[in-house]
Design a protein around this ligand. Structure first.
Ligand SMILES: [Zn+2]
Length: 195
């Protein structure tokens, strides 16, 4: 294996990058100024070495607790539950939500062998039970598995005596929160309904 083969192999593991694109990217990197490729390599190393899940919410961050958990101006009484840390920037961009987050780390998918123990459900219940939380907004993706996950969380939080709400329709069914536009997310947030 040459260095070229190695990079082509690694790049083609990335989503949406086939072998042909991986080859094109590799030769592009070989043509561009060396320092530019060095910066790319350094950024990748820094990403792997510095970024960790926040111990509070699971957001991906360099400092734990993350900036969102550490911000005293944010409302501690509302927790918005998302499937992945990558959903947080989509909601943050709207500027409409001022509460806390909780990253589940996926969604229930029994057919793929993903059960509650694979998600941070226990940590969510503990956070809520610790007190001070009045509402949990379940912002799992509007897909069947996201709906199933939302119902499961509602069940788990029943004892806690908090309002559990779900983002309103309007988000395209089968879509990804991560890619939804800001206006749609704002509407879905403001029209959220208790479960
Ligand atoms: Zn956090």
């Amino acid at each position: 294996m040459t260095a070229i083969d190695d990079l082509v192999t690694e790049l083609s593991r990335l989503p949406t990058i086939g072998r042909k694109s991986a080859l094109r990217l590799t030769y592009h990197l070989l043509r561009q100024p060396e320092d530019q490729s060095q910066r790319l390599a350094a950024a990748l190393v820094a990403l792997v070495e510095k970024i960790r899940p926040c111990t509070e919410c699971g957001n991906l961050t360099e400092a734990s607790p993350c900036a969102l958990c550490a911000d005293p101006r944010r409302d501690k009484s509302v927790i918005c539950v998302v499937e992945e840390a990558s959903d947080i920037p989509a909601i943050e961009r709207t500027g409409e939500f001022r509460g806390q987050y909780h990253v589940l780390g996926g969604r229930l998918a029994p057919l793929d062998g993903v059960g509650p123990e694979d998600l941070s459900v226990g940590a969510l219940v503990r956070r809520v039970m610790a007190g001070g939380v009045t509402e949990v907004i379940v912002a799992t993706n509007p897909k069947l598995e996201g709906e199933v996950t939302a119902l499961y969380l509602q069940e788990q939080l029943r004892e806690a005596g908090v309002t559990v709400s779900r983002l309103a329709r309007g988000l395209p069914m089968g879509g990804d929160l991560e890619y939804a536009d800001g206006v749609t997310i704002v509407q879905a947030l403001s029209a959220r309904r208790a479960m």
